[in-house]
Design a protein around this ligand. Sequence first.
Ligand code: NAD
Length: 498
Amino acid sequence: MTHEQPAGLPDKIRHFIDGAFVDSVGGEEFDVLDPVTNENYIRASAGQQADIDLAVAAAKRAFDEGPWPRMLPRERSRVLHRVADIVESRDAQLAELESFDSGLPITQAKGQARRAAENFRFFADLIVAQHDDTFKVPGRQVNYVNRKPIGVAGLITPWNTPFMLESWKLGPALATGNTVVLKPAEFTPLSASLWAEIFREAGVPDGVFNLVNGLGEEAGDALVKHPDVPLISFTGESSTGSLIFGNAAPFLKGLSMELGGKSPAVVFADADLDAALDATVFGVFSLNGERCTAGSRILVQRDIYDEFVERYAERAKNVVVGLPSDPATEVGALVHPEHYAKVMSYVEIGKGEGRLVAGGGRPEGFPTGNYVAPTVFADVSPDARIFQEEIFGPVVAITPFDTDEEALALANNTKYGLAAYIWTSNLKRAHNFAQSVEAGMVWLNSNNVRDLRTPFGGVKASGLGHEGGYRSIDFYTDQQAVHITLNEAHSPRFGASK
Ligand code: NAD
């Protein structure tokens, strides 16, 4: 199989503002690299303050004067279902472009395109079924909630599953009647630019969806600090989240933060070992390990520890590394040489902190590109950096434990709290563990399978606020309380005594 550019690439990746593809006002651009060759394959416009100003002004005009926030939910829902139809009908092309831009294996990129469509369908349905509270105080008052879109939503997204994560924010932000400015990750701007055509075809009015490409510290920062953007939904690293939190503070913006993770997968001796192996291998090596909810720390009960480590290492050695475009590939190329250097630095750190049982560097036969062999370290102590820090690549740390208490202490022993995976056939243990583990999401005897109605988000350094289902609707709307008095107002009569 050879590595070729996909058909249908634009000549350049531009911003999309008020219904038109445009260059940066000052003409600034940046290079976008192909993760397999690390060569620049396309240029993208690099948004600055002036470009963000134009995008926000267009979005504000569309919000203040345009039809979108005023449409019936049913009308907006129809448009969003058309978005989902178009995404589904272009599934193969979207996946091909996404895989080329990000280095994700093509089969996994296809799944992400389908999930993007599903996100739109879900929020299109939810907004039609949405109902709000009314409260009766018998004989005195009726009070109701008047839910309203907020305005211009700033959406800032990472590069790991770009198209799907963008859909996760675009779906609810648009369904609720807001207008948006999206700032996608600079490593992977290609698939974001496809939204513009999709929305136009589906009938989203001009100015409702605006896209500004560029670097985080330029375009992203200008969006966070723009006074006409009252809410920011951010997904990315915890350190970036904390910086954005500070930058948004003077404006008292609404913030939703989906941040990093170092999630434990806890395997007890009474677990279905075959199922646990399948899930824990997939859980860290799928999406090239560039997955926020990766089970990147595996805690294994001592009775089965040696057998687990041996079988796990065997499986990791057999994981198929290859070209992202090859359907047989299980792990592709990491997104960018900077990220590759970071992951490789952790592989070297790990050699001094744990027992290397698989991988440990470049896979054979891949002299160039951002390829990392699936890497497994056993006997990793909880104070090791590879136990504590998010690596965000195909690297896993395995640690033994004896008792339930020890497993829980180990599971909770990082600053993160995104997901946890528990493998046991003991019902009481599973639920007790789930209730005590510091994680926003827990899967019992399961891989990461999402139900779109459930809350999504992390605790501790993994996030602030929850999205998912009605929680996303809550984030993107104001709930105004309207009070109606049914009889006389009964106001104390100040100033009426003379
Ligand atoms: P990142 O924080 O480097 O960048 C994320 C986005 O923020 C990019 O668009 C970037 O340009 C922008 N940005 C950077 N600095 C900024 C600033 N000062 N102001 C405004 N915007 C700025 O993260 P990344 O490397 O792209 O993504 C990987 C991280 O994302 C990992 O930590 C991963 O766990 C996390 N992630 C979390 C979830 C979740 O749902 N919790 C999902 C996916 C990824």
